[in-house]
Design a protein around this ligand. Structure first.
Ligand code: SF4
Length: 363
């Protein structure tokens, strides 16, 4: 029978220090325990050798280290690795490790499925099941960290996997905070990017948390008519309200906002649409990240033609809008976010396969 003990990953540094105190230990023991969990990557309480046998026993009596298990592990020829984690209730979530030069970037999910319904996204096809807990989000990070060799560390986190991060903000913030607290991964919030479809009140809430996280807004269209077709939740929000919230975020934090734009062949990649986008962002401290569509067999959207993409970039840049095109990672594995989970849901993915996988969500 599966154990129902809580995962140690659910506890913040303060909560673990309190647990230690309640068990007659000094609070600093929490940092020792976290050093083993985060820094030394141990998966067994018995390996925590500078902690007394009694405390290790007590920990094992009350917690497990991970509540999830690796259901599928895919490896791409470009070094990208993707995990499908099976959660305790049988749900699954996806997370990705990408390697480029010195950077070790991970992309994590915040929900099981997604309720935003973007028409080009595999994650939205099955709808939203539930939010991930703080511990489940931390487990994604630690599982990916354990794929790296001993001297390598995660350098960047992008919260762009399954789900709308700002719809699960309390659990996400608690999970991210645990990374830069003493005994965590020692990661600056400046290296963490949170992506959203654009929930204005939540963007303002994020600007008030007092940490310099980066904000990425998934725009995908230069006007409300098209955006409401591609991102249905836009019907209740509208681009103007999102841009106003993004401007407030910039005013409050001084952090430049990135606008993500998944480029769909013949839908949002024309020269006219590039001019409209440039008009929208001109004068703002904004950066555009174009993401050529990662084709998913279940969806009728495709990569843009190279020539159209080039023209789109030229129009934005000649209007003074800095633009990058995201490199495709993991093209030889289940590339789009949500694709692996979708496949698992329809065909029972076998445990721990190692084939070739993929990277972030278009959003
Ligand atoms: S693109 Fe992002 S917000 Fe849209 S359905 Fe997919 S996961 Fe949700």
């Amino acid at each position: 029978m599966t154990t129902q003990l809580p995962s140690l990953c659910e506890l913040t540094r303060d909560e673990l220090a309190l647990w230690c105190q309640n068990h007659g230990e000094q609070p600093y023991r929490a940092d020792q325990i976290r050093k083993w969990l985060f820094g030394k990557r141990v998966n067994d309480f018995n390996a925590m050798t500078d902690i007394s046998a009694g405390l290790r026993q007590q920990l094992a009596h009350e917690f497990v280290i991970f509540s999830s298990e690796i259901a599928t592990h895919q490896k791409s020829s470009d070094g990208t690795e993707k995990l499908l984690l099976r959660l305790r209730d049988g749900e699954t979530t996806e997370c990705v490790l990408m390697r480029e030069d010195d950077r070790r970037t991970i992309c994590i999910s915040t929900q099981v499925g997604c309720g935003m319904g973007c028409v080009f996204c595999a994650s939205g096809l099955l709808g939203l099941s539930r939010n991930l807990t703080t511990g489940e989000i931390v487990e994604e990070i630690l599982r990916l960290d354990r794929l790296l060799p001993p001297l390598e560390r995660i350098t960047n986190v992008v919260v762009m996997g399954m789900g709308e991060p700002l719809a699960n903000l309390p659990h996400l913030l608690k999970a991210l905070a645990t990374l830069d607290e003493k005994g965590g991964l020692g990661m600056s919030p400046r290296r963490i990017t949170i992506s959203t479809v654009g929930l204005p009140e939540k963007i303002r809430e994020l600007s008030q948390v007092g940490k310099p996280y980066n904000l990425a807004i998934s725009l995908h269209a230069p006007n409300d008519t098209l955006r409401s077709e591609l991102v249905p939740v836009n019907r209740n929000i509208g681009i103007d309200a999102i841009l106003a919230a993004a401007d407030d975020f910039f005013q409050e934090t001084g952090r430049r906002v990135t606008y993500e734009y998944v480029v769909l062949a013949e839908r949002n990649d024309s020269a006219e649409q590039a001019r409209e986008l440039a008009q929208l962002l001109r004068g703002r401290n904004a950066h555009v990240n174009l993401i050529p569509m990662n084709s998913v067999s279940e969806l009728p959207y495709h990569d843009p033609a190279a020539e159209r993409l080039r023209t789109f970039v030229e129009i934005l840049e000649s209007s003074g809008v800095t633009t990058t095109v995201r490199k495709r990672k993991g093209a030889d594995i289940d590339a789009a976010c949500g694709q692996l989970r979708l496949r698992a849901a329809s065909a029972n993915v076998e445990p721990i396969t190692t084939v070739s996988a993929s990277s972030q969500n278009p959003a």
